[in-house]
Design a protein around this ligand. Sequence first.
Ligand code: DSN
Length: 415
Amino acid sequence: MDYDQVRETDPAVADALEGELERQERTLAMIASENHASEAVLAAQGSVLTNKYAEGYPESRYYAGCEYADDVEQLAIDRATELWGAEHVNVQPHSGTQANQAVYFAMLDPGDKILSLDLTHGGHLSHGHPANFVGQLYDVEQYEVDPETGTIDYEGLRDLAESFDPDIVVSGYSAYPREVEWDRIQAAADAVDAYHLADMAHITGLVAAGVHDSPVGIADFVTGSTHKTIRAGRGGIVMCGDEHADAIDKAVFPGGQGGPLMHNIAGKAVGFGEALDPEFQAYAEQVVENAQALGDRLADHGLSLVSGGTDTHLVLVDLRESHPDLSGGDAEDALAAANIVLNGNTVPGETRSAFDPSGIRAGTAGITTRGFGVEAVEEVADLIYRVVDDHDSEDVIYEVGERVEELCDAHPIYE
Ligand code: DSN
């Protein structure tokens, strides 16, 4: 892969693109929300559809010349329907956050009540954090994970729902390693006659492959992003039953967005097609197996895992017990210097700030895409531990960085 055409016109941008390609090839993308899209997805995203306005929906557009835009969007919708089985799918949200916003805009009035998981316990900004407009426009109450188990406190959530009486309960998380019991959250929402929005952004691919239970058919609304555990390029998606289809479509366009990014929708169509291939199921199973191997090995080294392990693509490490003087931010920096790119993350019961939290979050979706299996992942866990445990040693960082480059060379992303 190269950017020769860009270079002819704009060497400065070509330098940045080639630098990023080289960075991705020689480092491990272990930020749990990242992955590597195929060259076919990248090509679709970089296609002539970036030129096309197609406000509206297939066969009902506000612009002429939309016949191929219609084809692409319908392919994305049909494939998404096959992957997740929802009655209605809208593939236009520019991101998972905008998919969530569409649900709020469709179903809530300003001042209505949202019950969602606290960000530091694994929630998401778009679920009602005060820094996000959702937290300012609506009345938000937040539930937490059980401090003992690190897992959702379903009973506590139900009690909170009964006292707070929300209009919508939000489930689905950005730093939660365990399987979500969607039906228990649905029961809590039903008990107070609230809607249930399940944001499966992190596990969209795992759900499509059937390696995580699906919220589709349980929750009233299911949102997701299309670039984390599924490799369909950057974007969002929203699904619902037929009874809410019109409201959701109107909330996406014209409610929250203008022209759909048709080139990204082409990427979604291609990536969803790839996920329908049986190989994708094997990939998703390997993602989880790798995350479990990563967690087990880190735990063997004495690191503390929130919830004790993982059922998904990510592990969340609480550094406070094993390395009380090391913040997640400093661990992130040391690991990045050693070519392992993950992020510092808040942990339940956080005692530091979100800018320099107490944990690190690591995901296996990206390294599994480049062919890492359990053995390689166990070595990666050993390398992570070496850096965490000796984060001030330039020699350790150098040696680990060299070894990571060897592992990356053995597992190229793009041939
Ligand atoms: N910011 C993403 C994450 O890293 O989890 C979610 O939107």
